[in-house]
Design a protein around this ligand. Structure first.
Ligand code: URA
Length: 221
């Protein structure tokens, strides 16, 4: 199956967003092009992120990965941190976990162009180590601004780092899939798609948790 995450690369001729200070744009698959569009209200925040010097990750990143998708948007997904492919392309979830994420979105009749996707930290931690509290705090204001701009009805947190923003003392194995209302919107903690790549039995669990998103989005819950 051709998905946004695995389609073939072509050269992008013009920079569509300031992912690097010198304006050089990465080589990205043509199917990913729509994801480079910057929602009007997000331009200033994306530019600030592109030059962000606030933590040590600025020294090792190739590109910042602010987020993708429209704003406002009813559904927002928040992952952990960019990996290698994301750091190359400046887009979230375009590696192996992204392929599974595409599948999950398809299962609820959505595509990457109609959800807003971002991460707790906007730069890749070296060797994909966990982001540390200083790095998460350095990006905290960006995430808060994105939530305000996107104004989602539902936020799905993917993995324990984004879950900890709302549920710092909980365990993901205990609360995944349980939607909770905070500040007038639903927060739904979910396993990270990469967890399902490590443990295949979690694929069905994540799919089941995703399956409740349409009713939350429709306001029928
Ligand atoms: N994992 C994440 O949490 N975010 C990405 O963007 C890619 C992989």
């Amino acid at each position: 199956m051709t998905t946004l995450a695995n389609s073939r690369p072509t050269l992008i001729s013009a920079p569509l967003r300031p992912t690097v200070p010198d304006g050089v744009h990465p080589v990205a698959p043509a199917a990913l092009m729509p994801l480079y569009q910057v929602p009007a209200g997000c331009a200033a925040t994306y530019e600030e992120i592109a030059d962000c010097p606030a933590c040590v990750l600025a020294k090792t990143r190739s590109r910042t990965v602010p987020g993708s998708g429209p704003a406002p948007c009813d559904l927002m997904l928040i992952g952990e941190a960019p990996g290698q492919r994301e750091d190359e392309l400046g887009l979230p979830f375009v590696g192996r976990s992204g392929q599974f994420l595409d599948e999950l979105l398809a299962s609820i009749d959505r595509t990457r162009t109609d959800v807003y996707v971002t991460n707790v930290v906007k730069c890749r931690p070296p060797a994909n180590r966990d982001p540390n509290p200083k790095e998460i705090a350095a990006c905290g204001d960006y995430l808060d601004r994105q939530i305000a701009l996107v104004a989602p009805r539902v936020i799905a947190t993917l993995g324990r780092f984004s879950m900890a923003k709302w549920f710092p003392a909980e365990r993901i194995s205990q609360i995944h899939g349980r939607a909770v209302q905070r500040d007038g919107r639903w927060i739904v903690p979910m396993y990270h798609p990469a967890a399902a790549l490590r443990d295949g039995s979690l694929r069905a669990v994540i799919k089941q948790d995703f399956a409740q998103l349409p009713s939350l989005l429709a306001g029928t819950v």
